[in-house]
Design a protein around this ligand. Structure first.
Ligand SMILES: Nc1nc2c(c(=O)[nH]1)N[C@H]1C(S)=C(S)[C@@H](COP(=O)(O)O)O[C@H]1N2
Ligand SMILES: [Mo]
Length: 385
């Protein structure tokens, strides 16, 4: 947990005559260097060349995915509600949350819609037209969700934990908050890399408005949608959240009809994925050896790390193994580099990957209406002459 005092200092807080600390957060936030799909709400991803500069993604290069404009939250008035199947419901101020043990976890966050735009070749998909930049790896500071739940005394028949944001999303003629939900067994992991956090810091600084100030969940191994920003309420329940973003969205369906929604479960864990970040797609390359860089994310399953990243410049006849240049950690991406020979016959470069729990990227994945979990072989067109 970043303390209130650190938060004010890091955010350019100033001491005024009366001795009261006030913050002027806007001045301290480093400007984002992203390509915007929309503003209000902010939806933006970095250039891929920026993304592979470092294993820890600087906040200025970290993608933003929001369904509504950033809510304005007064940190002094903020209260986190803990309700539902608990013996001791609570309303906790930020100050109050500082009592809990500090945790710092490095984990990759990726949107279920990362690489969505590739589905359009087969059939148009709606939603933010993400390329391959809706992913980033950060160090998150906070407390463990489990510690807060333990204090609230979860009752024995609890099965899921719901998260609710303080944002206001226009949906079906009404206004709803963004919601997430995770199984109780995941929620109760209280330490180590798999433990879900209530995070108020990102890369050692207070969360920015775009990333959920003052508090968000961070659920290692799960799709980004379960890491609820501007967290206002936690509800312990015997069932998954009825919120639209659990009950309907973030499911793999071919047709958006009530039968398919009901038949499909919410997506939790993310699958293995990889992309080429340099050179750029459609680059003009000279015949001969070229340098490639990219990222690879192992399946978000505990203990799973990357086994192999393979690149082909000849439509899959031969595969060159990439060299890992990042850190080998569960729930975290890896960066890689490789040298491959391109010839006049090379039309595209392809990447596939394998992880230590048997995860692999398939040649292609079935089209789904919302364009989630695109993790087929990364096929990048190039021009060689
Ligand atoms: N309250 C709230 N939380 C949210 C969202 C949102 O729109 N509102 N978007 C979710 C989605 S779909 C993703 S991928 C991640 C993105 O987190 P980031 O913007 O910090 O990268 O936040 C998740 N949490
Ligand atoms: Mo997302």
């Amino acid at each position: 947990m970043i303390t209130r005092r650190e938060m004010l200092l890091a955010s350019g807080g100033i001491v005024i005559a009366g001795g009261t600390l006030t913050s002027s957060r806007a001045t301290a936030e480093e400007a984002k260097q992203l390509v915007y799909h929309s503003t209000s709400p902010n939806n933006a991803e970095p250039e891929l060349a920026d993304l592979v500069q470092s294993w820890i993604t600087p906040t200025k290069h970290f993608y933003v995915r929001s369904h509504a404009p950033n809510p304005t939250i007064d940190p002094d008035a903020f209260e986190l509600k803990v309700e539902g199947m608990v013996n001791r419901p609570a309303k906790l101020s930020l100050k109050n949350l500082e009592r809990f043990k500090n945790h710092s976890t490095t984990a990759t966050l990726t949107c279920a819609g990362n690489r969505r735009s590739e589905y359009n070749a087969e059939g148009k998909v709606g939603g933010v037209q993400w390329k391959s930049g809706a992913i980033g790896n950060a160090t998150w500071q906070g407390i463990s969700l489990a510690d807060v739940l333990k204090e609230a005394e979860v009752t024995p028949d609890a099965k899921h934990v719901w998260f609710e944001g303080l944002d206001e999303i226009e949906k079906g003629g009404g206004i709803i908050p963004f919601g997430g939900s995770i199984p109780i067994a995941k929620a109760m992991i209280d330490s180590g890399p798999a433990a879900p956090l209530l995070a108020n810091g990102m890369n050692g600084a207070p969360l920015t408005a775009d990333h959920g100030f003052p508090l968000r969940t961070l659920v290692p191994g799960y799709i980004g949608a379960r890491s609820v920003k501007w967290l206002g309420r936690i509800v312990v329940s015997d069932r998954p959240s009825p919120n639209h973003y659990v009950a309907t969205a973030y499911k793999l369906v071919k047709n958006t009809d009530p039968i398919e929604w009901a038949e499909s479960g919410p997506i939790y864990r993310y699958p293995i994925n990889a992309a080429i970040c340099t050179p750029k797609a459609d680059s003009q390359l000279a015949v001969g050896e070229i340098d490639l860089t990219g990222y690879v994310l192992p399946t978000g399953r505990p203990g799973t790390t990357v086994k192999k990243v393979l690149i082909s410049a000849d439509h899959g006849k031969r595969w060159t193994e990439a060299t890992m240049v990042g850190k080998d950690r569960e729930f975290c991406w890896q960066l890689w580099s490789a040298k491959v020979k391109v010839t006049a016959a090379t039309k595209r470069l392809m990447v596939r990957a394998l992880d230590s729990s048997g995860g692999f990227m398939p040649y292609r994945v079935p089209w789904n209406a919302k364009g989630y979990l695109q993790n087929s072989w990364y096929k990048m067109p190039v021009q060689v002459n």
